[in-house]
Design a protein around this ligand. Structure first.
Ligand code: MTE
Length: 329
């Protein structure tokens, strides 16, 4: 029987750390270390650099380090300041390593070479490819993207990587394929969160073919002009900036093309709250909190959340005629 556990964003308001605690940086760091927090009602997210912390850059066991920085694609502009590198690389969601935000240290245990990616299912010919061979084939670029977590915090970061459409081209899916199902690594020996058998490991996410080939869908391999740190999903993660952040799968080892809609990790756990589409919409609240505003990392203010996280011009047409679907959950 499945044992229901509280998710990171399921703390009741009464259990959120009192606001006074958030007024002092050191105390906030302790609060984050103690466990997940619900970011509601004007909490502040500040830097939490610890003495001697080396979380910011990818580790030296990453042979792709020399590929970065890559040229920025000026098409993707931001309407806000970039988040601090320190915060974006030390305030993370990566349940494989635990449910708190400061898992960056535990994530260093993950071996990211060799790293083999399987491309299979409804494709002309299934194959496997090592991450460095994949990187050599892909046109790398940098994009400035917003990221909106379902927990109502947000960030703006310079990702490096390549358009997911390029990966789809390489995969050569059959015309009968309707979805791509992404599977993350599974290794409970190094990922302590995967010892928790109540979670349906591995982490799974999915996109329609139209979403996967939309120009915004981006395979991320770097951040802030460097190879991606492990805590942010090295060596390969997704960024779909118009969707809630849980769609942006980290540590991907498999792309399966299929005609069946994938059932995601969070959908399996709580489908009423975390659905397949998960498009950002400030007017559709999460069943237990508002999605109207968000707290940018490093800020103590709430700013309005935008429809499709501000990317409606790129993606709204993907959903025309689909009003019967739960597009924003
Ligand atoms: N991918 C995996 N494999 N495991 C996870 O727990 N968390 C998701 C997403 N991708 C998650 C994941 C969530 S909820 C968010 S908000 C983003 O990763 C966080 O990305 P970041 O830590 O780089 O900010």
């Amino acid at each position: 029987m499945f044992i229901r556990r509280k998710l990171g964003w399921e703390l009741p308001e009464s259990a959120a750390t009192p606001e006074a605690v958030f007024r002092q940086r050191r105390q906030l760091c302790k609060a984050i270390a103690a466990g997940p927090i619900l970011l509601a009602g004007g909490t502040m997210l500040t830097g939490c650099k610890e003495d001697g912390m080396e979380a910011l850059a990818a580790t030296s066991d990453d042979p792709s380090a020399g590929l970065y920085p890559v040229e920025r694609n000026a098409r993707y502009e931001l309407d806000r300041e970039l988040s601090s590198e320190e915060l974006a690389t030390t305030y993370n969601n990566y349940y494989e390593f635990g449910s708190s935000k400061n898992i960056w240290r535990y994530a260093q245990e993950l071996p990211i070479r060799p790293w083999t990616i399987a491309i299979d299912g409804m494709v002309e010919k299934p194959f496997e490819i090592g991450i460095d061979d994949l990187l050599a084939k892909m046109p790398l670029e940098e994009r400035l993207y917003r990221h909106r977590c379902v927990e109502a915090w947000s960030m703006a970061v310079p990702w490096s990587g390549f358009a997911m459409a390029e990966l789809v081209k390489l995969a050569k899916p059959l015309s009968s394929a309707k979805y791509v199902r992404m599977v993350s690594f599974e290794d409970p020996e190094v990922a302590r969160g995967q010892e928790a058998s109540w979670y349906p490991w591995p982490y799974i996410e999915g996109l329609t073919m139209a979403e996967a080939t939309n120009e915004l869908a981006f395979m991320v391999t770097g951040i802030y002009g460097k190879a991606l740190p492990k805590q942010n999903g090295a060596p390969l993660r997704l960024a779909t900036p118009w969707k809630y952040g849980f769609k942006s799968t980290k540590g991907i080892v498999r792309f399966e093309f299929t005609d069946q809609r994938p059932v995601s990790f969070w959908e399996t756990i709580q489908g009423r709250e975390y659905g397949f589409w998960a498009n950002v919409n400030p007017e559709v609240p999460h069943p237990r909190w508002s999605q109207a505003t968000e707290t940018p990392l490093g800020s103590n203010e709430r700013v309005p959340t935008l429809l499709f996280n501000g990317y409606a011009d790129y993606v709204a047409d993907l959903y025309e005629g689909m009003e019967g679907e739960r597009l924003f959950m």
